[in-house]
Design a protein around this ligand. Structure first.
Ligand code: B3K
Ligand code: ZN
Length: 882
């Protein structure tokens, strides 16, 4: 690395020197180039200051064609231009600046700013893409009213969209036309959006609680119009839910969504004009799985909820990112839970948190929910900011209850509507609306690392006293050697020998809480809670619903875990006990050599398998063994092979012993699935059926192989077809090739289905997987410029297939580093995501860790590395980023 890119620090924040009241944009879109004419109405922010600051506008890779101040053209002596900005030394305290720039969207492979996806133009401005469109005060605390005129060829781009309301349109010379949009709400530039294309539209409407009609439109390429039903229903459901839950209505007459095939992330909440990755909009049962349907509900909801938590009230600076993201993820979680299967949702959230955020918090990239510094802000759209951020919001909710939380949110939105604010403003609103002190709670924003709770208990039979001792401890993280105790809500219940919740009365209380659970609030390093009138030694059910993002250490016996797995009234903790129990056995096998499966575990597993009362989707979660990545996190030095072998052995062993029960359950799921009309119920049966099929396939006999082939051949939905295909690919059976070829032939014209075809091969545990992935990078179906393809093939391989990626030869690491370097010249944002698995080098055995380290060094030494990749690699190698 020739020079070190600069680091931005949170402590250096200062208010903008200038504000933009209004901006008029005119886009002239052509195939080879686009001209952008911007008219900025500027005002000095510090007008009392006698020494006015120069006007400095952000701008990257823009060709400046013209500049005029209050109508007077400026010459080169009047301004300074460098690679990232345009500076004018003196401007009047109120003025109009006109800027004409030329950009080349068709060459934009970074997919930031204005770019092309297929035959259309679209934008992505968050976090700092707007500065690639025109010179601007591209920071979230500068909120302007936007008027946008788009001019383009009438045939190629009949649809021209931007934020707000369409206010005018007309024809222009040369078969061109134009449309003008006006956004009534002031907004930061990161929420600006533009789309131009030959798009089809699915239109519907929503009548708000107060009786206003909002026109809803989802735009896609024509061939995808038949896949927008579900997304539309999700949008309407989200609108109703936010009205019913938080009394928040859509504030626009028009709400538009556009689905594009080339997108760096999931979706973007641009005001009134959301732009989505096609993955989170398009679905038909034949092309999308049940989990795709669920993801669409979550992401459509998420972007809609941002309209209040993010857009109406926005961020002062990018360090506050979790203010909108953590809060909006939490709102999305509440919404999807309300739409069905709350416990399954919670399990998946916690699985995700443990798979992505816990390792981040324990590695070189560890940062707090409100980070203190960054080199490239796009690197901080992390699991910590999003997922741990949502857990922080959930803890407010646990402490305040739904009503108190609602009051706090209402105060926050009312107090800060139209403003750009901080995480602290949110905390103050929550505290004031509820009349409580949340100062200590604020540490959740500034302290990185996953706290650990060590719990001990004592029971005094004579007096009926049961005592919980809880000690909290947060390990050091880079730059934060010492941690302070946090304010942590721990929801607990106590089970008697029959498995029922005991009434809970703490010392000094006159009445017991009879609902079974209660919130214990930790504030000090050590806390003691003494419960009275406990008739017998109870089994504690701790951290119900995963009430805080912490690790729990309580010396459960395996019998107790099996008991909780069978009886806990908290569905999350039932699942959790099962996971802890199987993890315990598996880790024992890894460390001490394989033994037999304890009878109590097999019995518990059988009971789950034969349970016909519980939601089948929940049973599927309970039958799934902890992932290899989860098990890896529990080890000091990760034993990749040992974990893989132990986990496969346990799956086989369970299948061999319970093959009758598995077959019966498979048949029952098929039968029940065929009978039901209800799509959610049918999805539940499918999930359980495919979990069961996974066990049966480990038997590797011809009956089970045939079962997979039959399911693949007869499936009328993608969920069943893909589940069977994945098992066939894993099985090494000769038929697998034919199925893969069949799948590709059938779906090669559906990019999202081709993504699944790539992913299923990248995730295969077969020993030739790396060779196959390498081959696939040369297949016409793969395109390194398309982020979905990169994530499906390369991302899935490096993150989701530890056994193959960590092949002891180190070939997986070299391959990944090569792809990172190749992609860095094309799309740095996606390249930086791809490098993350290498950053965990410190967790592996000496041989692997030195191979991984070597590849990081190789990337680091590359000339002209992007800021994005540089930052991740430098931090991973512990090279100071100050
Ligand atoms: N706010 C966007 C993420 C933008 C990422 C920029 N690198 C999507 C979301 O969280 O809703
Ligand atoms: Zn978001």
């Amino acid at each position: 690395m020739a020079h070190q890119p600069t680091t931005v620090h949170r402590r250096d924040y200062s208010a903008p020197d200038y504000l933009v009241d209004h901006v008029a944009l005119h886009f002239d879109l052509h195939q080879e180039q686009t001209t952008v004419h911007a008219r900025l109405e500027l005002r000095r922010n510090d007008s009392d200051n006698a020494q006015p600051q120069p006007l400095r506008l952000n701008g990257i890779e823009l060709e400046l064609l013209g500049l005029a101040l209050d109508g007077v053209p400026l010459t080169q002596e009047d301004y300074r231009l460098d690679a990232e900005s345009l500076t004018i030394e003196r401007v009047p305290s109120q003025c109009t600046l006109e800027v004409i720039t030329r950009i080349r969207p068709q060459e934009n492979m970074r997919l930031e700013g204005l770019y092309r996806s297929g035959a259309m133009f679209c934008t992505q401005c968050e976090a700092q893409g707007f500065r690639r469109i025109t010179f601007f005060l591209d920071r979230p605390d500068v909120m302007a009213r936007f008027t946008t005129t788009i001019e383009a060829d009438r045939d190629r781009y009949p649809v021209l969209l931007s934020n707000g309301n369409q206010v005018a349109q007309g024809q222009a010379a040369g078969n061109r036309h134009w449309v003008r949009w006006e956004d009534p709400f002031p907004k930061p530039s990161y929420l600006f959006a533009l789309v131009a294309g030959d798009l089809a539209c699915h239109e519907d409407r929503h009548v708000t609680a107060s009786g206003r009609t909002v026109r809803l439109r989802i735009f896609t390429e024509r061939e995808n119009l038949d896949k927008t039903e579900h997304a539309m229903a999700c949008l309407q459901a989200a609108m109703r839910w936010d009205e019913a839950t938080y009394d928040l209505e859509c504030d626009l007459n028009d709400y538009m969504i556009v689905a594009v095939g080339d997108f760096n992330m999931g979706a973007m909440e641009n005001k009134g004009l959301n732009i989505f990755n096609t993955q989170y909009i398009l679905a038909r049962p034949e092309t999308a799985t049940d989990s795709d349907y669920e993801d669409i509900l979550a992401v459509v909801g998420h972007e809609y909820f941002h309209n209040w938590t993010g857009n109406r009230v926005t961020l002062r600076d990018w360090f506050q990112l979790s203010l909108k993201e953590g809060l909006t993820v939490f709102r999305e979680q509440q919404f999807t839970a309300a739409m069905g299967a709350a416990a399954v949702k919670r399990i998946q959230e916690v699985r995700g948190l443990r798979a992505a955020q816990f390792p981040e918090d324990a590695g070189p990239m560890a940062h707090s929910v409100r980070p203190d510094k960054y080199v490239e802000i796009n690197n901080f759209y992390t699991a910590t900011v999003y997922m741990k951020g949502a857990e922080v919001i959930r803890m407010y909710h646990s402490l305040l209850g739904q009503e108190g939380f609602c009051q706090g949110l209402a105060l926050y939105l009312q107090r800060h509507d139209g403003q750009a604010v901080t995480c602290r403003d949110f905390l103050m609103a929550m505290a004031e609306a509820n009349g409580i002190d949340l100062e200590q709670f604020g540490l959740w924003y500034s302290q990185a690392g996953t706290p650990c709770l060590e719990v001990h208990d004592e029971y005094e039979p004579g007096s009926g006293r049961y005592t919980l001792h809880i000690r909290q401890h947060t390990p050091a993280t880079p730059g934060q050697p010492h941690k302070q105790p946090l304010h942590i809500p721990v929801i607990v219940g106590l089970l008697n020998a029959e498995g029922h919740d005991l009434p809970l009365r703490l010392e000094n209380e006159t009445q017991a809480i009879t609902t079974g659970s209660r919130v214990l609030e930790l504030r000090h390093e050590r806390e003691t809670f003494r419960f009275l009138d406990i008739p017998q030694r109870p089994i504690p059910s701790l951290l119900r619903g995963f009430s805080a993002p912490v690790k729990l250490d309580y010396a459960y016996t395996e019998d107790q875990l099996a008991f909780l797995f069978g009886h806990d009234s908290d569905e999350f903790n039932r699942w959790e006990a099962g996971q802890q129990l199987s993890a315990r056995i598996l880790l024992r096998w890894v460390n001490e050599g394989r033994g037999s499966i304890p009878e109590r575990f097999r019995t518990a597993f059988r009971r789950t398998l034969c349970d016909t009362e519980t939601d089948p989707a929940l049973l599927a979660e309970a039958l799934a063994l902890p992932s290899e990545n989860f098990l890896a996190e529990q080890m000091k030095v990760i034993d990749v092979e040992g974990i893989h072998i132990a986990r496969e052995a346990m799956r086989c062993n369970l299948a061999e012993h319970l093959s009758e029960e598995l077959r019966a359950r498979y048949a029952l799921c098929v039968e029940q699935g065929n009978k039901t009309e209800n799509t959610a119920a049918a999805a539940g049966y499918r999930r359980l059926k495919n979990a069961v099929l996974g066990y049966l396939a480990t038997l590797q006999n011809s009956t089970e192989l045939q079962r997979c082939l039959d399911q693949y051949a007869t499936a009328d939905n993608m969920t069943d077809a893909l589940a069977a295909l994945a098992l066939l690919v894993d099985s090494n059976a000769s038929e697998a090739e034919a199925s893969l070829a069949d799948f590709y032939r059938r779906w090669q014209h559906e990019p999202l289905v081709v993504d699944k075809w790539l992913r299923v091969q990248a995730l295969s545990s077969r020993s030739d997987t790396l060779a196959r992935v390498i081959q696939l990078t040369a297949h016409p179906a793969f395109d390194i410029r398309n982020p979905n393809k990169v994530r499906s093939l390369l991302g899935a391989f490096a993150q989701g297939n530890p056994a193959c990626f960590h092949d002891v030869s180190g070939a997986g690491y070299t391959f990944l580093a090569d792809r990172v370097l190749e992609l860095d010249g094309i799309n740095p944002q996606v390249a930086a995501r791809l490098v993350t698995p290498l950053s965990r080098w410190g967790r592996h055995d000496p041989r692997r860790s030195s191979c991984m380290h070597q590849q990081l060094e190789r990337i680091y030494a590359q000339e002209g590395l992007s800021k994005d990749v540089y930052e991740i690699v430098a931090r991973s190698l512990d090279r100071a980023v100050e």
